[in-house]
Ligand binder design. Structure first.
Ligand code: DC
Length: 219
């Protein structure tokens, strides 16, 4: 099996690009952020205090997260319920960023991710795929973009959907999320030594996809 790991900060375009690369290669796309979001959704709805280590461990012990594909689109199940429609909110994203720093949450998802890569050719995106989940991945990409550009993309996405947005607030949230993801003790976001750095600030989606496919082709 071949694994392509794409790590990087929030809003760098990882999921859009990983999906396209997977489609081109006939690989399965695994969005690991959605797994952390599923646990975050559970913690929010069950009102679990994530600083209460015992309560958090008990919650993790009660959760089974699984992945299925419907028409090639990843669906995340939390104890048999498909929670995919509830995962993309800012509230869930922020809770995912906070709760993913906890050892019990990371441990709950490690085997699921590794088993996917054992069973299928995957393009897996996240924060610690190249450094921690799949350290032997054949291809590792670290995809980033300036915080201004990432905030710009998010702002456009929201306003196009008719949702009011504040650019400065979005950029501040992005910077805060980066700091949390990069500075946590366990499996922080960082570029693996053997990862190729791609800064997408001035590149189109197609240009990034092409660059990654050429790296795959040269292997
Ligand atoms: O990629 P995303 O925005 O859906 O991820 C949500 C949060 O989940 C992110 O802020 C940090 C965490 N995460 C992680 O710690 N490790 C991963 N491999 C993927 C996501």
């Amino acid at each position: 099996m071949t694994s392509i790991a794409i790590d990087g900060p929030a809003g760098a375009g990882k999921s859009t690009i990983a999906k396209k690369v997977a489609k081109e290669l006939g690989y399965i796309y695994v969005d690991t952020g959605a797994l952390y979001r599923a646990i975050a959704y559970y913690l929010l709805t069950q009102k679990i205090d994530i600083e209460d280590t015992i309560a958090l461990q008990a919650a993790c012990d009660q959760i089974t997260v699984t992945i299925a594909y419907e028409n090639d689109v990843q669906q995340v199940y939390l104890n048999d319920d498909n929670v995919t429609p509830y995962l993309r909110t800012e509230e869930t994203g922020n809770m995912a960023s906070r709760s993913s720093a906890k050892a019990s949450v990371r441990a709950a998802l490690l085997d699921l991710q590794r088993n996917m890569a054992k069973e299928y050719n995957v393009v897996m995106d996240g924060r610690d795929i190249g450094t921690n989940v799949l350290p032997d991945a054949e291809i590792k990409i670290y995809l980033t973009a300036s915080s201004k550009e990432r905030a710009n993309r998010r702002y456009k996405e929201l306003t196009e959907q008719g949702i009011a947005a504040d650019f400065d607030q979005i950029e501040a949230d992005i910077i805060e999320r980066d700091a949390r993801d990069m500075n946590r003790e366990i499996a922080p976001l960082k570029q693996a030594e053997d990862a190729v750095l791609i800064d997408s600030s001035d590149l189109t989606i197609e240009e990034v996809v092409k660059t990654i496919l050429s790296i795959v082709g040269n292997q």
